[in-house]
Write a protein that binds this ligand. Structure first.
Ligand SMILES: Nc1ncnc2c1ncn2[C@@H]1O[C@H](COP(=O)(O)OP(=O)(O)OP(=O)(O)O)[C@@H](O)[C@H]1O
Length: 550
């Protein structure tokens, strides 16, 4: 938080000064009041008129100071909030894919929308109040020190007691604010799930069931917000009550001072200044707790929380000229064993088909080989280099993926193939040709420059898959991972796409439940995943075995 505020040091100082201007206004009003009481005590009309004129001047000055304060604060607040938005967005984009995929994307959306809005609405309001009340307290206490130092010191001691009293609420305030944030995340995920599955909900007439669970999530968020508000307001009311008790004490002290001969004007000024000490300090502490809660939210949405505890430094570049060797691979999801010592090799340029029952670990194996998960035991080496030492960015530059669901951008076909990289049109066309997209492009008036609709709504399943294959070709991907790349296509399209994949120079590691006679046999090897182990077969052997088994 400090770095954020001090990023624009000069403007932050200006902001703090701006928060002090209302303190000057309050002090001027205190003096006006004391002077008016003094003039009444004096009983001279001339003096009273002068004092009254001065009080009006101070009142007008106060309004001007308020307007000036607002102008001085506004641009700093706007730019700082913008920084928070950029930092929060940047944090998400900088996540490695592995860490990004640990949470639902809706949680990130909630952080970007709900948490930033909460921060935006609360942070500067609290900061302004903390500076204003802190300033008023300090200024009043210093003046009181000159007027009656014993009295000022006693007030100081009382404020320290109040500080520790208020501090006891800090943890709970921070925790409640975190709970509001967590429930906002759950609510956003719930809403997103409902919308994602709206088609199926409607077709099966089960919207009401989901409406019920959404309403429950809304109820929970609202309850948490209420809990937070009741707690912070309760805290404020309790400290206000203590403030009232202290003020009664001050009032008794003031009356006894007047009875002992102190002037009305001085007593009025001291009373006003004590007021300026007690009430601000009473207000300040709850605000301070809420400011800390805002700080926690700021850290949550902007600070990098990736686990960097691994002692292995990733400094090697991806270089794949010969083979990937997997030895004694063990992996589990929260104790559920998926691999228990699998060993096999992947040769450069060969095509591998992963086979195995549903849930046997085929997709997990692709995740391990593409570094999406790396908390495995055993060893994976690429041309002798430990996989864990290879920079993720370097690997990502050399591999490509074809999934059942292809994400397409609302942009030109060219940008969807190059993924926004600067690649000559000639090369893009060659990739499109390799992926069997030429016929599709010829139908488009603008060819490669034709814009796709949101997530390629205007494309068929086969066309979408071909675009993802064109991505792999244009990237010159050394390894192509395919997870059910043809399962959503009809037989004819599936055959064509599979054939295209198998004709690439890349090493292919694919999962497919489909068997295309005359095409599937083109895989060099089958890796069968069974009982936590991987067995490698030459594809002809594997398929002849399957035929025999039938
Ligand atoms: N992120 C995860 N957290 C916990 N368990 C998981 C996770 N991903 C997969 N699993 C479990 O690990 C096992 C292997 O899953 P995986 O997706 O690798 O299987 P698969 O062979 O690809 O299955 P299918 O052919 O049905 O797609 C399954 O039992 C699955 O439930």
């Amino acid at each position: 938080m400090k770095e954020l505020l001090l990023k624009r040091k000069g403007r932050f100082i200006l902001y703090v000064l701006a928060c002090f201007l209302p303190v000057v206004d309050t002090l001027l009003r205190n003096f006006s009041f004391a002077l008016i009481i003094g003039s009444i005590e004096k009983g001279q009309m001339d003096y009273f008129v002068k004092v009254f004129a001065l009080a009006i001047f101070f009142a007008v000055l106060g309004i001007l100071l308020f307007i000036l304060s607002r102008f001085m604060r506004i641009s700093f607040m706007r730019d700082t909030i913008l920084d928070v938005r950029i930092q929060a967005f940047d944090k998400i984009l900088k996540h490695s894919y592995k860490n990004f995929s640990k949470k639902s994307k809706d949680v990130y959306i909630s952080n970007l929308i709900n948490d930033i809005n909460v921060f935006e609405q609360h942070f500067f309001h609290k900061l302004l109040n903390v500076i204003y009340f802190g300033g008023q307290y300090t200024a009043s206490l210093i003046i009181l020190l000159f007027l009656d130092y014993k009295f000022a010191l006693s007030l100081f001691v009382v404020s320290i007691v109040l500080f520790f009293f208020s501090k006891s609420f800090e943890k709970k305030t921070v925790k409640l604010q975190e709970e509001v944030s967590e429930n906002n995340e759950k609510f956003t995920t719930n809403i997103a799930n409902t919308f994602n599955g709206l088609e199926i909900l409607k077709l099966n007439n089960i919207e009401d069931k989901f409406l019920g669970s959404t309403l429950k999530a809304v109820d929970k968020v609202e309850r948490k917000k209420l809990h937070y508000t009741v707690f912070t307001e309760g805290q404020r009311n309790l400290t206000n009550f203590l403030g009232f008790v202290i003020f009664v004490g001050i009032l008794i002290y003031s009356i006894s001072s007047i009875l002992n001969g102190a002037s009305f004007a001085k007593t009025a000024l001291m009373l006003q200044l004590s007021n300026g000490c007690v009430w601000p300090i009473v207000q300040l502490f709850p605000f301070l707790n809420e400011l800390r809660a805002s700080n926690t939210i700021y850290n949550k949405i902007t600070k990098n929380d990736e686990d960097t505890s691994s002692s292995i430094v990733k400094e090697k570049n991806f270089e794949f000229n010969s083979e990937i060797r997997v030895e004694g691979l063990k992996f589990n999801y929260d104790g559920k064993e998926i691999f228990k010592g699998a060993s096999f090799n992947i040769e450069k340029g060969k095509k591998y088909l992963l086979k195995g029952e549903s849930g046997s670990g085929k997709s997990t194996l692709i995740k391990l080989l593409s570094m999406v998960v790396d908390d495995y035991e055993g060893s994976i080496t690429m041309d002798g280099v430990n996989y864990r030492e290879i920079k993720e960015e370097s690997l990502n530059n050399n591999v490509s993926f074809v999934y059942q669901d292809v994400f397409l951008f609302e942009d030109t076909i060219a940008n969807n193939i190059t993924l926004f990289k600067d690649i000559p049109e000639e090369k893009i066309l060659k990739a499109a040709e390799g992926a069997g997209l030429i016929e599709f492009l010829n139908e488009k008036k603008l060819g490669l420059q034709e814009t796709l609709m949101e997530n390629g709504k205007n494309l068929s399943g086969g066309q979408r898959q071909r675009i993802s294959i064109a991505r792999a070709i244009v990237k010159n991907a050394s390894i192509l991972f395919v997870d059910e790349g043809t399962s959503s296509l009809n037989e004819e399209l599936g055959r064509a796409v599979e054939d295209t994949i198998l004709s690439l120079d890349s090493t292919v590691i694919a999962i497919s439940h489909r068997y295309y006679k005359g095409i599937t046999e083109k895989y060099d090897y089958v890796l069968e995943v069974k009982n936590g182990l991987v067995t490698q077969y030459k594809s002809q052997d594997y398929f002849s075995m399957e035929v025999l088994a039938l």
